[in-house]
Design a protein around this ligand. Structure first.
Ligand code: TRP
Length: 350
């Protein structure tokens, strides 16, 4: 079975966009591949979280994935920080990673800008570089941020994964992972690591729109409906959705805010419900208040059982600990096997 690895940054709760864009793909993949899904808690250190914050967000994200149906009997679900072989491989990969290539990655430059408090608009890339070396800037950029792509490469190739489900924003990190895998092979004249490919699962991933007029649903967009949101919260968010004065011509093309409401309805409502409101729209008889009420109800119908499972699982510390322990054992076994081979290749005791 082909090996799949994917890392999840423990940043906040899952929303509908995450569910339909990513989690649903995981549910499918766990039946078809040998999947390793992990919480990237080492990566989260680039933003220096408080220890309590780490403990909490890791448990929350674990509970939410489990509540969605990611199954510890099918996939290996673990915390990155439980697999100590990863940082050893990271060290080896860093010995052959160039600081130049790492500094040129877009996400590094973006995040370095933030860490140095450099204005995004009025500065060039050269300014970022100059500030990194400026001893008088009281802010600095961590080596951990620079080597984020090396750690990500280690996460992936430690299990010799060939498929990595990631968002489009991870393309450059994936390119680096392939490069570091190839470089290890060519440095030592071995075929140790296969090249991991990004895997979009595009036919199944659905882009969930935001309900605030345009664009997609996202945490940073501030327009997310979370799986944990209760009925009242969902209703409030949906009733606030942007609409317009309504169509004046039959069968008008829907402007984006309205199209987004219908797209959402297509995702969570029945076909009958969708067709009913679509017809009303086409007849210019649509009442957006009714549509939103129905949509809020259907979103709640979708979220309610997941929400209940999240609350149950999140409060069952023993279960969460057990899942993490079993995952850690399986992931460590796979990682240790690769690392023994790597150590021998490099010239250490295996
Ligand atoms: N960088 C990924 C993100 O920001 C998270 C991640 C870390 C990851 N390690 C990984 C994803 C390994 C896939 C494989 O979303």
């Amino acid at each position: 079975m082909e090996i799949v690895v994917s890392g999840i940054r423990p940043t906040g709760n899952l929303h509908l966009g995450n569910y339909f864009g990513a989690v649903k793909g995981f549910l499918q993949m766990q039946n078809e591949y040998n999947c390793f899904f992990f919480i990237a808690d080492w990566h989260s250190l680039t933003t220096h979280p408080h220890p309590d914050n780490i403990r909490n967000s890791v448990k929350t994200i674990l509970a939410e994935y489990l509540a969605c149906g990611v199954d510890p009997e099918k996939a290996t679900i673990y915390l990155q920080s439980d697999v100590r072989e990863i940082p050893e491989l990271y060290l080896y990969l860093n010995m052959n990673a160039g600081i130049g290539e790492l500094m040129r990655t877009t996400s590094f430059k973006d995040k370095a800008r933030q860490q140095l408090h450099i204005d995004r608009v009025n500065t060039t890339e050269g300014d970022v570089e100059k500030e990194i070396f400026n001893e008088n800037n009281k802010h600095s950029v961590s080596a951990g941020l620079l080597t984020y792509p090396t750690l990500m490469a280690a996460d992936i190739i430690i299990h010799k994964a060939v498929k990595v489900p990631v968002g489009k924003d991870q393309e450059q990190n994936m390119e680096m992972a392939r490069r570091f895998a190839r470089r290890f092979n060519s440095t030592y004249g071995v075929e140790c690591f296969p090249e991991p490919a990004s895997f979009y699962y595009s036919s199944k991933a659905i882009k969930v729109p935001g309900l605030d007029g345009s664009g997609k649903m996202g945490k940073s967009e501030g327009n997310a409906i979370y799986l944990i949101d209760d009925e009242k919260t969902i209703k409030k968010k949906v009733m606030k959705a942007v609409t317009d004065a309504g169509p004046t011509q039959p069968n008008s093309v829907k402007p984006e805010p309205i199209a987004n409401l219908f797209t959402m309805m297509e995702i969570v409502s029945t076909k009958d419900t969708f067709d009913f409101f679509n017809e009303k729209y086409n007849n210019c008889e649509i009442r957006y208040g009714d549509l939103k009420k129905q949509l809020a109800e259907d979103i709640n119908k979708f979220c309610a059982p997941i929400r209940e499972r999240i609350l149950d699982i999140r409060s069952d510390e023993d279960y969460l600990a057990k899942v993490a322990r079993i995952g850690a054992e399986k992931a460590s076994e796979s990682a240790a096997k690769t690392l023994r081979e790597v150590r021998e290749i490099i010239g250490f005791r295996g």
